[in-house]
Design a protein around this ligand. Structure first.
Ligand code: TRP
Length: 378
């Protein structure tokens, strides 16, 4: 008998205990294997230089990554495309994808098109257009704070760049039936018509540079696995418009603080999230209060039986944020043996997260004046 309900992973909802092996099968993506990792190692200058998210299987799956690397080797460089749905403050879950995207931009020295889907969030959330615009602005400050190179990074805001986006979106929409959208995204006859159309907008940056430059350029999309249905649809349609299918690389979710089983992914709508703008005091409070512990009920039992790092959220988070493999391995071993107590493990995480946030907030404070440099100009 299976335990509980099957996990739900769609662009609008992620919940339950996610089996990533099963997701690979269900979505039809491919696992990132050793061979691909060593090809990436060649580009970045050694196995130890490969980003921990790749080495640790946090970015775990892909579509056509081998093809994108083949093209790169031939001198046909890909560009990157990722995005942000601006409906609230940026949290550490977003940070994983954007930090990794920045690394890809540095290693492969490539252009990045970054989409802000204000239309999507207006259509799918119970929020006013003005409120969404406020989040576009706030979220841009965070994206800039990740350190992207403005000379190679282009922000697209769907409604602000409508003159460029819309003529391309209708090319996609014309090839896309209502029944495909309904089944790919679980939309219903009662869904608003904007929701039906929206995926056409998310498809556009996967070929916009090719259209603008008048030649086909390979595209690589880093994203969390829940966005895959969009790009499945995109990949079916782009060859019909004369473009390459985009390649993609998928990440797991940073588990919610309340535990992997309970929260699925870290998100503002499910339980406590940590925002990039949180104070050090907030972080300490949230982690101490909410981070699900794999420890024993008493210190005496913990010393005797040891903790379970595999369900402990503080450990899971450190496996995202502690870059030093040997430090992480020592924490794992010490927690499992009972040498390290849950409170001590939380303290390690709090320090790590606060270090990351302090540096981010410093860069964010200087981001405002740079926004215009990042805006796509054509
Ligand atoms: N739909 C995404 C969200 O809700 C935003 C987005 C747009 C995106 N284009 C993307 C995410 C490309 C990853 C890659 O957050």
């Amino acid at each position: 008998m299976s335990k509980g309900k099957e996990a739900v992973v769609t662009p609008w909802e992620v919940k339950g205990n996610i089996d990533y092996g099963k997701l690979i099968e269900k979505f039809g993506v491919s696992k990132i294997d050793k061979k691909l990792l060593s090809r990436i190692a060649k580009v970045c200058g050694g196995e130890d230089k490969v980003h921990p998210f790749l080495r640790r299987g946090i970015f775990f799956a892909h579509r056509d990554l081998k093809w994108a690397l083949d093209e790169y080797d031939k001198g046909n460089k890909f560009y990157l495309y990722t995005g942000c749905g601006p409906s609230g403050p940026v949290h550490l879950g977003h940070a994983t994808i954007w930090q990794f995207t920045k690394w890809l931009q540095d290693v492969f020295d490539c252009e990045l098109y970054f989409q802000f889907t204000d239309d999507e969030k207006f259509l799918f959330k119970d929020k006013s257009f003005d409120e969404i615009q406020k989040w576009v602005h706030e979220n841009m400050l965070d994206v800039i704070a990740f350190g992207f190179d403005h000379k190679k990074t282009h922000f697209i805001v769907d409604t602000k760049h409508a003159n460029i986006m819309y003529p391309q979106a209708i090319q996609v929409a014309k090839k896309l039936t209502t029944s495909t959208v309904k089944s790919a995204f679980g939309l219903k006859d009662s869904s608003n018509v904007g929701q039906m159309f929206y995926t056409a907008m998310q498809a556009v940056p996967a070929f916009l540079p090719s259209q603008l430059k008048g030649k086909n350029i390979p595209c690589l999309i880093p994203h969390a696995i829940d966005q895959d249905p969009h790009f499945r649809v995109t990949r079916d349609i782009l060859p019909k418009l004369g473009y390459y299918k985009p390649a993609s690389i998928q990440s797991r979710f940073l588990p919610g603080l309340g535990g992997i089983q309970k929260d699925g992914k870290l998100s503002s709508s499910t339980g406590a999230a940590i925002y990039m703008t949180d104070s050090a005091k907030d972080v300490k409070k949230k982690i101490n209060k909410y981070a699900f512990s794999g420890g024993q009920a008493t210190v005496e039992e913990h010393r005797r039986l040891g903790g379970n790092p595999d369900v402990d959220v503080s450990y899971q988070w450190l496996s995202f944020f502690e870059e030093d493999d040997s430090k992480l391995a020592a924490i794992y071993a010490d927690y499992k043996s009972g040498k390290l107590l849950s409170g001590e493990l939380k303290a390690i995480l709090i320090e790590k997260v606060n270090g990351i946030l302090a540096a981010h907030q410093k860069r964010r404070a200087k981001a405002e004046s740079k926004i215009s440099k990042f805006m796509l100009k054509v």
